[in-house]
Design a protein around this ligand. Structure first.
Ligand code: ADP
Ligand code: MG
Length: 392
């Protein structure tokens, strides 16, 4: 008589569907705690951000049922960037998208292959957000998890054990952030006062790794039941505000050139700020005919934050084929724009560039340069001049 051997766990698409269901469950379970952690040294939205983001991922994955782990993670990443609206959206989004891309079409990656892909995901987060280990961010949980997974895989440990090590390493990394001063993200504004509090995003990384550890055992819940919740639905996207030219009526037609001008997009956490900066900018243009200008202010449902959908739409609206300069205020606005520019599938025109300048001064400088027909390099240089201009 033969005894039934339990099947060895594998990292297939079904496993990652269970990972998503379990992640969504854990994020909901801990939403209040994550929000509290973020409230002490940030702005108290991290739990809500992730509940919204993973709800949307669940809906997207339920609809398309990606056939490989790589495809699922890539879809999860893009969806997070598009729906979260805080810094963690583009950061987690980039990490998962990059991990998915590196896994490619592999149907059952090994622990070592997952470790290598997650390592690429980690590097993409660091490139986007500039955080090193020890800056008290999600990197402090992700980096040790990647290392533990790679080490365990190299030592030939079974998958379950390797993920156990990775999950524990992420948790330990998150705990350590309590003793560190935050040097990136909103918490860094508090300087030394951030010491003594754990970082929220590092805790979420620990949850994601714990969910993967659970998912290989095949025990986590099914996606289907959770798919269509309200949290999963992206708010209806408002049309971006397209600023009409106010001076030199018909000027664009008069110019009669097909070359167009450099488009300008202003991205602020606040719709009101974007609008008032645009108002001052227009007033300072004098008799110059304004170039194409669009605003992506606040979230799609009118709140404070960043909306990838509004940014994409604004860039599309002002693109006349000569490039688009995007100027942001800070934090998640910068991260979201950089992450969209780095993702070919986000569909931004090839000549889309982020410019670096203080928001108001930069807006005036680049709008003027675009209005007088400067090319993209001239617009980027005008922003740099505005940045370097000293006030004392
Ligand atoms: P926001 O900061 O826009 O409100 P969240 O509250 O959702 O966004 O996410 C905050 C988390 O994002 C932080 O706890 C931290 O882990 C992570 N984070 C923020 N900025 C960075 C960065 N530059 N690099 C790495 N992680 C970051
Ligand atoms: Mg926050």
């Amino acid at each position: 008589m033969t005894t039934m051997q339990p099947e060895a766990p594998v990292l297939d698409a079904a496993c990652f569907q269970r990972w998503l269901a379990e992640t969504t469950r854990l994020v909901r379970r801990d939403a209040e705690r994550l929000t509290e952690l973020d409230a002490v040294i940030g702005d108290g939205d991290h739990g809500a951000n992730l509940v919204r983001g993973f709800g949307a991922v669940t809906a997207a994955v339920t609809e398309t049922r990606p056939r490989t782990p790589g495809a699922l993670l890539t879809l999860a990443g893009s969806t997070l960037t598009n729906t979260v609206g805080g810094a963690s959206g583009p950061l987690f989004g980039t990490a998962l998208r990059r991990t998915g891309k590196v896994l490619g079409d592999t149907e059952r990656p090994t622990a070592g292959e997952l470790g290598a892909a997650l390592g690429a995901g980690l590097r993409s987060v660091q490139k986007l957000g500039g955080a090193e280990v020890g800056d008290a961010t999600m990197v402090d949980a992700l980096a040790p998890a990647v290392l533990a997974l790679a080490d365990a895989a190299e030592a030939g440990r079974p998958l379950r054990e390797a993920l156990d090590e990775a999950s524990k390493a992420a948790r330990a990394g998150a705990d350590v952030t309590a003793g560190l001063q935050a040097r990136k993200g909103r918490a860094s504004y508090l300087g030394e006062r951030s010491v003594g509090h754990q970082d929220a995003g590092a805790n979420s990384v620990a949850l994601l790794m714990e969910a993967l550890r659970t998912a290989v055992d095949g025990a986590a819940g099914d996606l289907g039941a959770e798919g269509g919740t309200d949290a999963a639905r992206e708010p209806v996207t408002e049309e971006p505000v397209v600023e009409e030219p106010v001076a030199g009526e018909g000027g664009r037609a008069r110019a009669g050139v097909s070359t167009g001008r450099v488009g300008v997009v202003l991205v602020s956490h606040s719709k009101a700020v974007a609008e008032s900066v645009a108002e001052l900018t227009r007033a300072l243009l004098g008799s110059a005919e304004p170039g194409p200008l669009a605003l992506a202010g606040g979230t799609a449902d009118g709140g404070i934050g960043t909306s990838a959908a509004l940014i994409r739409e604004a860039v599309r609206t002002v693109d006349e084929g000569r490039g688009v300069a995007v100027l942001c205020d800070m934090g998640s606005a910068v991260l979201t724009v950089n992450s969209l520019i780095g993702d070919e599938e986000a569909g931004l025109p090839a000549g889309t560039r982020i410019v670096d300048a203080p928001f108001l001064e930069g807006a005036v400088a680049i709008t003027l340069t675009s209005a007088v027909g400067g090319d993209l390099d001239a617009v980027v240089a005008a922003a740099a001049d505005a940045r370097d201009y000293r006030k004392r």
